[in-house]
Design a protein around this ligand. Sequence first.
Ligand SMILES: [Zn+2]
Length: 331
Amino acid sequence: MKDLLIPTPAGLYCPQGDFYIDPRDRVQRAVITHAHSDHARRGCRSYLAALPSKELLRQRLGGRAHIEALRYGESINIRGVRVSLHPAGHILGSAQVRLEYRGEVWVVSGDYKLQQDPTCEPFEPVRCDVFLTESTFGLPKYNWPAPEQEIARLEAWWRANQTRQVTSIVLAYSIGKAQRILASVNPEIGPIVVHDAVARHLEAYRATGVRLPKVKQCSDPMAILERGRCLLLAPPGARRSRWWQSFRPCAWAWASGWVLSRPQYRMNWGDSEDKSNPLVTGFIISDHADWPGLQRAIELTGAQTVWVTHGYTESLAAWLRHSGRTAVLLE
Ligand SMILES: [Zn+2]
């Protein structure tokens, strides 16, 4: 039988069903794993995605995009290919795409993690013949501490900053990471302020039943009153502009898996911009699977053939071959 998916310049293409998964180009029919910008792009004729991601996708793709939503586990038939979506545990509404055609099952993971996350459904292992996995953190050194441990470190850092009247700024992606932190920290420690880029997605989360604490938006003139005692969540790119100056003095921290390995995620870059910066630190909070997580996910699928894309693909492929599976490198 011909492969159910073909890598093309426009993205992963299913010839039997005539659709793409997370296409890079404007195609007729796109199946979308999740609402991050490198997976969901504007301009396709129609989109298929998991129901909890619909509002986030609407914001990303525009009001006129044609978005069809499936509940997790619900299946539809596209030209003889049975397509269903299953939780990937990455962000709200993130999905693995299961394709079944003439008895063969393929699963495209999209981005995923196995760690617990109060803002999305947990990763669901799906049995398949061929599994397509990401490998962003596909090296043995990537081994995440328990999320509760990192959240406890973050809360202790926040409290310590408060005693010196220093604002605690955490850099976290505006979709997913920021809401995960919001839903995890103890809001009784102090006020929470969010950058406008984070604020614009909160309603989509609350609409699906995710519980998030009350926050102020940093553009609200009243937010400045929280200076020196608030936790402030902002996307990484926001550190380049000057909006945060009114919250000085500030302590900065990344929330990322890269904190584990890349010095620039811990270095004191804030010094040049803010002489009062007392501390730059980082918390190992990732929305991707770590090395043991990748291995565990692959084992749970039972797949004998694994396609590997994005990140440290070579080392994951080497492990796959060593464990008796067939590995195919994409890109
Ligand atoms: Zn993602």
